[in-house]
Design a protein around this ligand. Structure first.
Ligand code: C2E
Ligand code: CA
Ligand code: CA
Length: 541
């Protein structure tokens, strides 16, 4: 039985889960998919750039190889004319010429010089006479050169067009946020382009590298993962809206359930409304004479399936929710149905009813007692109301007033569980009760444990001095009875004599013991009790 706060918390958690789970799953699956797609695209882009780079270098090499084979290997006018013609007809090569061993350009067609030597060699792969180098020719961007060694002093040179790698590939959604870089094996950069986007902005971007098997070349393409995710953004939005809608539906549905629960829908509240709480009666005896003195009313929850729930399992909830008041009212009404006839014939029989701290916050309980028991067949003088010491009373003065009003009706008030709770002797002093009930805890070891003996003896003595009645609870063994008799306790209840009994059994016992002809009501509840309680009462001592 959860508190309203707990039930609301459950509804909120369930709604968040219903909304959150698909979002989380979709996020994972879509994110995964988007990144996988982006990886494939990025790899294709890297390969495309590598392909172009190889194509460019391949073209340069073809030119240089032809020149070498045809013997155009000098800076003579005729050779330079051939250089110029080849550069002119080439797509990617803008200048052809001759360089010395350091890479300093000796001549080049169309005309042009370099501010510094071409850095040689980047590296060599396959043909050791072929080299690729890069340098920044006094301008911002880099240029690549393909060189072919003629001898120790001279190399044919093909200068690659700056725009050779100047193209965009890949899908549109990745074009704005990508970085492309072409490197030579020595780490020098031939080309690098990233626009306004920088991979450092995103730690988890997608990067793919393609390495040439023909030349000392490596292409690296990095794309933004955010850009990758943007492809699934519309789908994500649809799932987000759908899930939020689902979550809202669950919340609304849960809220209805909780509110219904608050106003009578929850199991316990329904049980109270269905009057599933019934009184059991534990007989109380005079241990000197064996005479039945009456009983204590102990609540049981009789579930619709017939099972019987003991008070320890629901009283804390009943007290916390305040439902104990309604339950107590139902029990009192039921005691009239069950016992009025017997009690009207036997005015010496007492009926003891347990109250809680909740009954001591206003005067309602006094009115209730009056309205239920006046003209009921049970007179106030037959009633006793037990107030337990285990739960603190909020307002001792008000509690005292309520007790006085109950006593004014003619009923008695007992202090229950004396010595086990908060009140101590203060309750005894301030509440003005008529009876003290000595808890089972002290009775248990009364014949063996010295401190239990002392406590019980002290309580009994105190009770006698204050003129209070004393009832010993939880008597289970004969030697306890003997001990109690020895210290002057006359009244007791306990399993030794009888467990709490359903109405029918209590009435039968009472009829037998008092010689009363009172017949039990035909529909008395609890004909088939379960658990600890018994139908068959034992003979009193
Ligand atoms: P309590 O008022 O001290 O009642 C005595 C408890 O001790 C009962 O347990 C009774 O069955 C048990 N008892 C009596 N004699 C023996 C015995 O010889 N041996 C053992 N082992 N137990 C014995 P029960 O019925 O389970 O009730 C437990 C507590 O629940 C009660 O303690 C009382 O504080 C509370 N309670 C029971 N019915 C009501 C009720 O109608 N209203 C309120 N407010 N509290 C109730
Ligand atoms: Ca009690
Ligand atoms: Ca008690």
């Amino acid at each position: 039985m959860a508190s309203p706060i707990l039930r609301w918390a459950r509804v909120v958690v369930a709604s968040l889960f219903v909304a959150g789970a698909p979002i989380a799953v979709a996020d994972y699956v879509l994110g995964h998919h988007a990144l996988a797609e982006a990886r494939v695209e990025t790899r294709a882009m890297a390969e495309r750039y590598l392909e172009r780079s190889e194509e460019v270098i391949g073209e340069g090499l073809t030119i240089l190889r032809d020149l070498k084979n045809d013997g155009h290997v000098t800076c003579s006018f005729a050779d330079r004319q051939v250089f110029g013609a080849r550069a002119f007809t080439s797509t990617y090569i803008q200048q052809v010429g001759l360089a010395d061993a350091r890479g300093t350009l000796l001549c080049g067609e169309p005309m042009g010089s370099l501010h510094q030597p071409i850095r040689l060699p980047a590296s060599e792969r396959g043909d050791p006479s072929v080299m690729i180098g890069v340098l920044t020719d006094g301008k911002a961007d880099r240029q690549a050169f393909v060189l072919m060694k003629l001898d120790d002093d001279a190399r044919l040179v093909a200068r690659v067009n700056r725009s050779a790698l100047d193209f965009v590939t890949g899908p549109d959604y990745l074009s704005a946020a990508q970085q492309v870089a072409v490197y030579l094996d020595d780490g020098s950069t031939w080309m690098s382009r990233s626009g306004t986007w920088s991979p450092e902005k995103e730690p988890d971007n997608v990067a793919e590298t393609a390495v040439s098997s023909r030349y000392p070349l490596r292409v690296s393409v990095t794309v933004s993962s955010a850009a990758a995710h943007s492809t699934v953004a519309p789908l994500r939005a649809i799932i987000l809206i759908g899930s939020a809608f689902l979550g809202l539906m669950v919340f609304g549905w849960g809220a209805v359930l909780v509110m219904r629960g608050d106003s009578g829908g929850d199991v316990f509240t329904r049980a109270v409304a269905n009057q599933e709480f019934i009184p059991y009666y534990q007989p109380v005896f005079d241990i000197f004479t064996g005479e039945l003195k009456g009983c204590e009313v102990l609540v049981r929850w009789q579930r619709p399936d017939g099972s019987m729930v003991p008070p320890g399992q629901f009283l804390p909830y009943a007290e916390a929710t305040g439902l104990i008041r309604e339950i107590t009212t139902q029990l009192m009404l039921q005691t009239v149905d069950d016992c009025a006839e017997l009690y009207s014939r036997n005015r010496s029989l007492k009926l003891s009813i347990n109250l809680t701290a909740m009954h001591f916050v206003d005067l309602r309980i006094v009115d209730e007692i009056r309205s239920i028991y006046q003209d009921s067949g049970i007179v106030y003088e037959q009633l006793c109301f037990e107030v337990t010491e285990q739960h603190p009373l909020k307002d001792l003065t008000l509690s005292r007033t309520i007790i006085q009003r109950i006593q004014a009706l003619g009923a008695q008030v007992a202090l229950d569980d004396v010595g086990t709770g908060h009140g101590g002797l203060a309750y005894l002093q301030k509440l003005g009760v008529d009876i003290i009930k000595i808890d089972k805890m002290f009775i248990d070891n009364i014949s063996t444990d010295h401190s239990s003996q002392s406590i019980v003896e002290t309580l009994v003595e105190l009770g006698h001095q204050l003129g209070l009645g004393i009832i010993a609870e939880g008597v289970e063994r004969v030697e306890q009875v003997e001990h109690l008799k020895g210290i002057g306790v006359t009244t007791a209840q306990g399993y030794l004599f009888a467990k709490p009994l359903p109405a029918k059994a209590y009435l039968e016992l009472a009829a037998t013991m008092t010689g009363s002809l009172a017949a039990p009501p035909a529909d008395a509840p609890g004909d088939a009790p379960t658990g600890e309680d018994e139908t068959e009462p034992k003979a009193a001592a």
